[in-house]
Design a protein around this ligand. Structure first.
Ligand code: TLP
Length: 347
């Protein structure tokens, strides 16, 4: 296998920085960001805030740290955070909401990760002798384990409006926010208009090597800066990373439609295999999740056999397999991926 071209569909986290990013990183103007003196980080924070329509933003090393700080600035110890039952914060972030914010996560059953206000409302708790109050609703948009699914804009607005009426805040895990922008045609600032804080990643589909942004009100971001330092995320001459982040923000969103069309192509091909369960109509961004319960192969066998043929896939629990398209995957790679999966799953 050495030297062979690997098709890596495990995640868009595997994307490599583009040549333009590498050049910008080498030439970046830097300073000590813990003193607020890195001009490139400052520029990135300003630009990111502008793009999502917030007054301030904070550059953080990872999406996990962005969510952790986002949740912290919106809650107090001992309160509840409501999210859907497949949320990244619930299953993939080492219980940081409990560990760092001291809050209980209340997971609400959802269809493909997307909640409606009517799902949320019955689970909100007011403070009382037996109840910790709900202080935050957490929305993941697009929804990773839901298969890249999207909230309808009206639902985001309704959830924010009703939550705010109750004194409950809203945080958006928009790790792939720009995929939502590409799929919906709505500006990021419109999607995030009514949430209190929004996190999005510069890595993943936007291909920066490192970094995520948390955006919100200036006072929240000032507090967030201190939490970032506590978590070990005060990064000094981080301008070398922010330089790549600026290119991720300015140049990369416009090509995400290509990833979405490749994902749809994969989903449509997979739907033709009798043992695969998938609804290609639900694939609207760059994430394809299918169920192989009807196959005689175990998921680990499928991933191992595919790997032996140069195709990397990720099992995401039970008999579900995830494929994620990104800048380093071409249409020809997707055609080859379908050939491999067809041969292994009996197509
Ligand atoms: N997701 C990763 C894995 O952790 C599952 C992936 O390969 O998709 N929010 C969402 C919705 C995410 O999908 C991820 C990463 C994060 C937050 C965390 O971002 P990082 O990895 O930068 O901490």
């Amino acid at each position: 296998m050495s030297g062979a071209h690997l098709i890596d569909l495990r995640s868009d986290t595997v994307t490599k920085p583009t040549p333009a990013m590498r050049r910008a990183m080498a030439e970046a103007e830097v300073g000590d960001d813990v003193y607020g003196e890195d001009p490139t980080v400052n520029r990135l924070e300003q630009r990111a805030a502008e793009m999502v329509g917030k007054q301030a933003a904070l550059f953080v090393p990872t999406g996990t740290m962005g969510n952790t700080i986002g949740i912290k600035v919106n809650t107090n110890h001992g309160e509840e955070v409501l999210c859907d039952d497949r949320a990244h914060i619930l299953d993939w972030e080492l219980s940081m909401t409990a560990w760092f914010s001291g809050c209980l996560v209340r997971a609400v059953p959802s269809a493909d990760g997307v909640l409606r206000w009517r799902d949320i409302e019955p689970h909100l708790r007011a403070s009382g002798p037996h109840n910790a109050p709900t202080s935050l609703v957490h929305l993941e948009h697009p929804h990773n384990m839901g298969g890249g699914t999207l909230y309808p804009l009206e639902e985001i607005d309704t959830i924010c409006e009703r939550a705010h009426e109750r004194g409950v805040r809203v945080h958006m895990d928009g790790a792939r926010l720009f995929n939502a922008v590409a799929a919906s045609g709505l500006p990021a600032s419109r999607i995030a208009a009514n949430v209190d804080t929004v996190m999005f990643c510069l890595s993943k589909g936007l291909a920066a090597p490192v970094g995520s942004m948390l955006a919100g009100a200036p006072e929240a971001m000032e507090r967030g800066r201190l939490y970032r330092k506590r978590l070990g995320g005060g990064m000094r001459q981080a301008g070398v990373l922010a330089a790549a982040g600026l290119i991720a923000l300015e140049e990369m969103p416009k090509r995400l439609c290509e990833d979405h069309s490749n994902a749809k192509f994969l989903a449509e091909g997979l739907a033709k295999l009798p043992v695969v369960c998938i609804d290609p109509g639900k694939v609207v961004t760059n994430i394809v999740i299918f169920d192989m319960a009807r196959s005689s192969l175990a998921p680990e066998q499928l991933t191992a056999e595919a790997q032996a043929r140069g195709l990397l896939l990720a099992g995401v629990g039970g008999t579900r397999i995830r494929l994620v398209t990104h800048v380093d995957v071409t249409r020809a790679d997707c055609e080859r991926a379908l050939e491999v999966l067809g041969s292994l799953l009996g197509g």
